[in-house]
Design a protein around this ligand. Structure first.
Ligand SMILES: [Zn+2]
Ligand SMILES: [Zn+2]
Length: 69
């Protein structure tokens, strides 16, 4: 496995995800799985639970297919 580096937020844990919004590599603690972004981006995007524009990653919705608005 190739770890590119440390989390660019806490710099204390190996990065596991890359944020598609800001491009930061973040650890699991700073990754918002529901939104698919790092926690700062997830918060700033205003997407909480049951948010308007999730990318089809919301559980309990339609089983497949993306929701295009
Ligand atoms: Zn972190
Ligand atoms: Zn981000």
């Amino acid at each position: 496995m190739s770890v590119t580096g440390l989390c660019q937020i806490c710099e204390n844990a190996p990065a596991r995800h890359g944020c598609r919004y800001c491009g930061r590599q973040v650890c699991r603690d700073h990754w918002n799985e529901a939104v698919g972004a790092c926690t700062p981006c997830a918060e700033s995007s205003g997407v909480g639970d049951g948010g308007g524009r999730s990318d089809g990653s919301q559980p309990g919705g339609d089983s497949d297919g993306y929701r295009v608005e």
